[in-house]
Structures are given as C-alpha cells and as structure tokens.
Design a protein around this ligand. Structure first.
Ligand SMILES: O=C(CO)[C@H](O)[C@H](O)COP(=O)(O)O
Ligand SMILES: [Fe+2]
Length: 227
C-alpha cells in the first residue's frame, strides 16, 4: 500500500499549450511526470479539442507518458483505443460510462491504467466499490470543458472522502485533481489527499514552464509529507 506522503506527480495540461506547436510544448515540460491530454467531443462538454489521431501522434514524440482525460460520450466504446495507442493512463467520466467495471478491465487489457473522473456535482459514495478496479480517481475542481477557470475549493471534502475510502481498503490508488490548480491552490489539494496534480494555465502561462512544474512539485510534496 502506498503510504500517505508518497511521491507526488505533476501533469501539465496541454490544453493550455500552443496547438500549432504541441511537440515543442511537450518538450518544455519534459521534467514533469505525465502530460495531461484533454479530449473533448462537443457532446459531453461544450468544447472540442483533439482525438485519437492526435494522441497517436503525440505518443510518438512525447518525452513523458500521456495521461488522457476523456471528456466524451460513450467512453465504453471509444476509450480502449487510447490505451491501445500507448497512453499511460486513460480517464473516463463516470457520468458517461455504461459499464465502468468492464471498461476498466478493457483499459487494463490494452495496457493502460484506468481512472474514473467525477464532475463537481457528482458524489463519490455511489462509486466507492469501483476502487476495486481503478488505479486513480480524478476529482474535477472545475466544471469540465475549458482551461483557465477558477479552482473550486468546495471539492476538497470529496478529495478527503476518496482518500479515506482508499485508506480503508488499502491499495495503491492515486487521486488526481484537475482544474484551477496553481501555486495558490495546490497545497490545499495535497493536504486533502491528492497526489497527482493537473495544471494547464499555471504551467503554460508561466514564462518558464519547467520552473513552474518544479515550483508546483515542491509545494505539493511539502504538503504531502505532512499529511
Ligand atoms: O480537464 C480540463 C478542463 O476540463 C483541464 O485539464 C483543466 O481545466 C486544466 O486547465 P487549468 O489548469 O487551466 O484549469
Ligand atoms: Fe483535464
């Protein structure tokens, strides 16, 4: 079982990168742990970003593993292809999945870690049993769909609830937070029990993206150590 206070992971979101220069911008964050890739389909969320062909291309050039966050309808049908493309982790939204248990198994069979995401209005308790089959839980700290939104501190009790449930069951499940994570908000996420931190505008909006990654990592790691 991973002890509280283990290594934290920083996953910059390329949603805030320059879409005309994605390879260059992946290399700007080569010191991060994962590159977070936001896939949006104009149906599950009111925005459209990129899909499987672009993820396959990113996979060929990325210096770090891809963490694919699928904000799409029918992930049962579409998500396994992202695992087959080589993504390290594939996140589906629990609000969109028909059979999350089978989907998680399909993702594992295709070689990826499986993660379930919860929108801000979605409670965790009905899905606690799925901790048996997922590797990570993503607690959204904005409404999914756009980068650059304000962090929702009211999601911290949910992060604590997930961390407590993981603690009761044992196992090595990570908790990822996504949306509005920055130097001013990351410590409360880490204190609540998150150990994977997505940051888009806070990293790519900085003069030096790699330095922003290190700053975030330092703040989160210090907090995780005191948990
Ligand atoms: O999933 C997302 C939006 O739905 C993005 O990953 C998230 O918003 C990152 O951007 P920022 O750090 O600027 O909030
Ligand atoms: Fe995301």
């Amino acid at each position: 079982m991973r002890k509280p206070g283990g290594r934290v992971l920083i996953a910059p979101s390329i949603l805030s990168a320059d879409f005309a220069n994605l390879e260059r911008d992946l290399h700007r964050i080569a010191n991060a742990d994962w590159a977070h890739v936001d896939v949006m389909d104009y149906h599950f969320v009111p925005n459209l970003t990129l899909g499987l062909p672009v993820v396959e291309a990113l996979q060929r050039v990325s210096p770090i593993p891809l963490d694919c966050h699928l904000m799409i309808e029918d992930p049962d049908r579409w998500a396994p292809a992202y695992a087959e493309a080589g993504a390290h982790s594939v996140t589906f939204h629990i609000e969109a999945a028909r059979d999350p248990r089978t989907l998680a198994k399909d993702l594992h069979a295709a070689g990826a870690q499986a993660c379930m995401a919860l929108k801000p209005g979605t409670p965790f308790a009905p899905y606690e049993e799925l901790l048996d089959v997922v590797d990570m839980v993503l607690v959204m700290t904005v409404e999914p769909g756009f980068g650059g939104q304000s962090f929702m501190a009211d999601q911290m009790p949910k992060v604590r609830e997930v961390r407590e449930a993981i603690g009761r069951r044992g196992g090595q499940i990570r908790i990822e937070v996504d949306g509005g994570v920055a130097a001013s908000t990351i410590e409360q996420c880490a204190a609540a029990g998150a150990d994977v931190f997505v940051a888009g505008s806070a990293v790519y909006g900085a003069e030096d993206a790699a330095a922003a990654v290190e700053e975030l990592r330092g703040l989160a790691q210090a907090c995780a150590g005191h948990r």
